[in-house]
Write a protein that binds this ligand. Structure first.
Ligand SMILES: [Fe+2]
Ligand SMILES: [Fe+2]
Length: 170
């Protein structure tokens, strides 16, 4: 299992508005109707912050970057199984241009989380778990109820237990 590297200082904090602009530049779907575009990315970022604050060891910088970048290379509204790997490759490009400001451990964690985010896995790594849970908590946007068994972090499971009754009643 890949572990988050939270002990090594980053070279500089990433500017999230610049990252968002970079993601929008390469996004090929129509943002006015896609269910995988900037509206979703920003909701995942909110979820990541909420979960990260309750998940010891979570690297919030990595989780927020995941939120903004993980779906930016989607090419269709369907399954598109390679979109995570394409997004990871894009993250490497941004890193090589000096845009991300991550250390090598953080970059590796970010790329792993992106590559495998749609693979139906769970993780006991706090950062990767927060990334995947933050994404899955936004599944109701496509009419899908988040699966408790696919939540990686204790706080996401607790949140889902508390909110599922009113959110998914009927
Ligand atoms: Fe995705
Ligand atoms: Fe997503």
């Amino acid at each position: 299992m890949l572990a988050s590297n939270t002990n090594t200082k980053t070279t500089s904090s990433p500017n999230l508005s610049i990252i968002l602009a970079e993601a929008k530049k390469v996004f090929v779907l129509n943002s006015s109707w896609t269910q995988h575009g900037p509206t979703h990315w920003l909701q995942v970022e909110k979820n990541a912050v909420m979960l990260g604050e309750h998940t010891p060891g979570c690297d919030m910088e990595v989780a927020r970057l995941f939120a903004l970048l993980h779906d930016c290379k989607r090419q269709n509204e369907g399954s598109d199984p390679e979109h995570g790997a394409r997004a990871a490759k894009f993250a490497q490009e941004l890193h090589d241009r000096g845009v991300l400001g991550l250390n090598p451990g953080q970059l590796a964690t970010l790329k792993y989380a992106m590559t495998h985010h749609n693979g139906g896995q769970v993780s006991d790594d706090p950062t990767i778990g927060v990334c995947w849970d933050a994404d899955r908590l936004d599944l109701p946007r496509v009419g899908t109820r988040p699966d408790m068994a696919l939540m990686s972090t204790p706080y996401a499971r607790e949140w889902l237990r508390l909110h599922s009754a009113k959110t998914f009643r009927g």
